[in-house]
Design a binder for this molecule. Structure first.
Ligand SMILES: Nc1nc2c(ncn2[C@@H]2O[C@H](COP(=O)(O)OP(=O)(O)OP(=O)(O)O)[C@@H](O)[C@H]2O)c(=O)[nH]1
Ligand SMILES: [Mg+2]
Length: 155
């Protein structure tokens, strides 16, 4: 049977930094472009932030994780507003990790983002703190992604 779990799904609020993070992990040029629809790439599924912010899309958000082996819940350290319901991440029946983005910015509040991710059901041990701009934390995140995706990619 074909393995359809070889991608990593990126989920998080509008502007949280999902697309930029994917570009960084793919070692591409960082180029802003609003994600307008679910976008499938070789290794990633990028989703628009509307998936999290508008309940209308929540079913489709579940559907896309059928094609993923790992879901990354992205939260910007600049964002003060919660968009997750309690234990929201457990809707997805696949492993999950949390990523706090934009740590290069001076007003960054990592503790707040960490609490929001934990509230959403992310295991505190599986939260990675990164900047797609300066590369901080990207190496550890890559190792974590590799850990979860290795079994799927070798199929
Ligand atoms: N300073 C800083 N800015 C970032 C970082 N990551 C993303 N941004 C900026 O944040 C804005 C939104 O980034 P995106 O990657 O498009 O966010 P997104 O989550 O894909 O947003 P949607 O596609 O709307 O869901 C852009 O202007 C990025 O340049 C980062 O690590 N540091
Ligand atoms: Mg995007």
């Amino acid at each position: 049977m074909a393995n359809n779990r070889k991608r990593v799904a990126l989920i998080g609020k509008i502007g949280s930094g999902k697309t930029t993070l994917m570009q960084r992990l793919n070692e591409e040029e960082l180029k802003y472009s609003k994600t307008q629809m679910v976008s499938y790439y070789d290794d990633f599924i990028d989703t628009p932030g509307e998936f999290i912010e508008l309940p209308f899309f929540s079913r489709q958000a579940i559907n896309i994780t059928m094609d993923a082996g790992l879901v990354i819940l992205v939260c910007s350290c600049m964002d003060s507003q919660n968009a997750f319901s309690p234990n929201f991440i457990h809707t997805y029946n696949i492993p999950s990790i949390g990523v706090i983005t934009k740590t290069d910015l001076p007003e960054c509040n990592i503790k707040r983002s960490r609490n929001l991710l934990i509230y959403a059901g992310i295991n505190p041990k599986h939260i990675y703190v990164v900047s797609s701009y300066n590369g901080e934390g990207i190496h550890d995140l890559e190792a974590a992604i590799h850990h979860y995706m290795e079994p799927h990619r070798n199929k």
